[in-house]
Design a protein around this ligand. Structure first.
Ligand code: NDP
Length: 501
């Protein structure tokens, strides 16, 4: 019989949906411990927040699909790229990075692009950004970088002094700073921006061979950005503007679309290439490695519930399918540990079982069992240790009608010769060369360089130390003399104005 009443979480009906049980005497009353409904309601409320992501806390998210549009079988054996027209469901979560979940989403920041492709060979996560490069190439710096973009440990205020102090001390990130303070640092909607893997990955074939690849996801809607004035105004008027825009376009079936490309480099080309392909402060210039389209993607379904579908979503660069493999980029290698580690802390040991994270391909992982909040049937009576000959494996067979097989997804790896020693990244002379290339690209758009000066100046002028400001002008000047000068003039103009008032 269909249930027609509200219940406790245990399924039992309760007396009233809206009042507590009280021992009444006239209008007054005493609460009783027997009011399970009240106690459960209050206790659950106190526990309904889970830890906020330490970075990428604020986000929009939606479901959609990826379609393979071009023959890729010469470069990868990945099943989702095996046939033109093959579609794969996906989940995309687009976030800001530094500020908290309640912050305004149009303010200047890098935007994260976390995408889960539910392929027929398991989940593939692309955890990208809307910029093709990153601030650092040594993963040890990651917490420092992010703290410097967050709040001052004493004042609890965002602190431009910390921000510029970090970047002046770690100037390999100036290429990324050019992206951040360009017009693209304030996208006018999440539909109007691109995403990039940044990292080098590998596409692999069944014969063990591989190529290096970088992914590019380009908006079909075209790039559209806010000016700094617009982004600040919208932040005040509607701090959730980007989330709302994404939700509403999908509700009205105006589905946003992107084209997906790769740049492909052979291992031989990598050996002699002038840029270190494992350094994520660098791009592969398009003129050297042109884009090759592999697919399209679109978003076409809003979450049914934000918490279950988006907040509980966990993405990791370590989620890869056969045909795709990691490269030796140290930041990628570190993220492959760090993201699942964060998910275990935030969501618990069995976060992969949550519906939004669960693979749509059959899962048979009997050596990962038990743990808090395990709501699977835990592989029944199947052996929980390797090498067993005692018991027939039944669970997987029940699921698929097939006995489980072992498939090796290992492919040829890069060959390394060397010795283990302490190594510290320094600053290299060519760290400013690609930034200079971007400065020229920016210069092609009328007024963009002037806007860039203004975008930096409003932030940098808040730095109290004139010596630090000077260091920053010098570093921008190493990219391009005119850039350093332009930033200096615009910034010192605002500093002087502030002193006058
Ligand atoms: P190209 O002139 O061949 O490519 C420039 C690329 O820069 C464009 O294809 C476009 O990428 C992107 N771009 C255009 N306008 C802007 C802008 N206002 N802000 C940020 N990016 C913009 O030169 P290179 O390939 O030699 O790259 C020069 C610089 O361009 C790089 O140092 C890098 O910072 C930037 N860039 C390069 C990319 C690459 O993978 N080579 C990708 C993105 C940026 P898109 O079509 O993806 O929008």
């Amino acid at each position: 019989m269909a249930q027609r009443y509200y219940t406790l979480a245990e399924g039992c009906p309760y007396a009233s949906n809206s009042t507590s049980v009280q021992l009444r005497s006239g209008n007054a009353g005493l609460l009783l411990m027997q009011d399970t409904q009240l106690i459960e309601t209050l206790a659950h409320f106190a526990r309904e927040r889970i830890p906020e992501r330490v970075v990428h806390a604020k986000a929009a998210g939606a479901y959609g699909e990826f379609t393979c549009t071009h023959d890729c079988t010469d470069i990868t054996s990945a099943s989702f790229l095996s046939e033109i027209g093959k579609t794969t469901p996906l989940l995309l979560r687009i976030s800001t990075v530094g500020p908290e979940a309640g912050s305004a989403d149009t303010l200047r920041d890098v935007h994260g692009w976390a995408m889960k492709l539910y392929t027929d060979e398991g989940n593939l996560d692309w955890v990208f950004n809307n910029t093709p490069v990153f601030f650092i190439r040594d993963p040890l710096k990651f917490p420092s970088l992010n703290r410097s973009h967050k709040r001052n440990p004493q004042s609890h205020l965002p602190d431009p002094n910390m921000f510029w102090d970090f970047h002046a001390g770690n100037p390999e990130g100036f290429h990324q700073l050019l992206h951040l303070f360009s017009d693209r640092g304030t996208p006018a909607s999440l539909r109007h921006m691109n995403a990039y893997s940044g990292h080098t990955y590998k596409f692999t074939l069944k014969d063990g061979s591989f190529n290096y690849v970088k992914f590019h996801i380009k908006t079909t809607q075209g790039i559209k950005n806010f000016t700094k004035e617009e982004s600040v105004r919208v932040a005040g008027e509607n701090p959730d503007f980007l989330i709302q825009d994404m939700f509403e376009v999908i509700e009205r079936k105006d589905y946003p679309e992107w084209k997906v490309y790769v740049q492909v480099m052979t291992p031989e080309q990598a050996e002699t290439y002038r840029w270190n392909i494992f350094d994520m402060t660098k791009v592969w210039p398009h003129s050297d490695f042109p884009l090759r389209q592999i697919g399209t993607m679109k978003l076409n379904r809003n979450p049914r519930n934000y918490f279950t579908d988006i907040e509980q979503a966990a993405f990791s660069p370590s989620n890869m399918v056969p045909g795709i493999a990691p490269s030796a980029d140290p930041v990628l290698q570190a993220r492959m540990f760090s993201y699942p580690d964060a998910a275990r802390y935030r969501l618990g040991t069995n976060y992969q079982q949550l519906p939004t994270n669960a693979a749509k391909a059959p899962v048979y992982c009997p050596y990962q069992r038990d743990g808090q909040m395990n709501f699977s049937d835990n592989y029944g009576a199947d052996p929980n240790y390797v090498g067993s000959s005692l018991q027939p494996i039944t669970y997987y067979q029940d699921l698929t009608g097939q006995p489980p097989q072992t498939v090796s997804t290992l492919t040829e790896h890069e060959k390394w010769v060397g010795q283990v020693s302490n190594f510290q990244y320094g600053l290299y002379e060519d760290d400013f060369e690609q930034a200079a290339g971007l400065w020229k690209v920016i210069g092609k758009e009328p007024g963009h360089q002037e806007r860039f000066f203004g975008n930096v100046a409003v932030h940098l002028s808040q730095v109290k130390s004139s010596a630090l400001r000077k260091r920053v002008y010098g570093l921008f000047g190493r990219v391009d003399w005119g850039l350093g000068e332009g930033v200096r003039k615009a910034t010192e103009g605002l500093v002087n104005d502030a002193h006058k008032t």
